[in-house]
Write a protein of this length. Structure first.
Length: 138
């Protein structure tokens, strides 16, 4: 596997991880908030917030452009803020619901920005790969 192909794989994994994480946070909100408010348990939250980014190495992130790294940091920082809030809050369920809505709104904006940068990185790497393949044929 060449270096560009490796970069494409890493960028694709990062993009998919962020997408799946955001989808779980947003699309399962009603379910996890219902469990939290009715059972007063937090046991289900780790599965909602599970992601690969937490386990990534700096060397994997080196494939990203600086702007993408900033967008990744902003998105996952907000995810961490939301996770911390849900694991530690003593707020009443109504207040928690309001705050979760705010977090999701902010995450949606950060996720859209992140996807723009990741897609631009991927397009750039694909173009690089086409050029390299063209050179190797000649």
């Amino acid at each position: 596997m060449n270096e560009i192909s490796h970069k494409l794989r890493i960028l694709t994994l990062i993009r998919l991880d962020a997408q799946r994480l955001f989808e779980r946070i947003k699309e399962r909100e009603i379910e996890y908030m219902h469990i939290f408010s009715s059972k007063r348990t937090r046991e289900h939250f780790p599965r909602i917030f599970d992601n690969r980014y937490d386990e990534m190495k700096i060397s994997d992130l080196k494939v990203c452009e600086p702007e993408t790294i900033v967008a990744l940091n902003s998105f996952y920082h907000m995810v961490d803020e939301m996770r911390w809030y849900l694991f530690c809050t003593e707020d009443m369920p109504g207040t928690v619901q309001d705050n979760v809505g705010r977090y999701i709104h902010e995450l949606e904006e950060l996720h859209q920005t992140l996807q723009l940068y990741l897609n631009a990185d991927l397009e750039s790497r694909l173009e690089e790969n086409k050029i390299k393949e063209g050179e190797s044929i000649l």
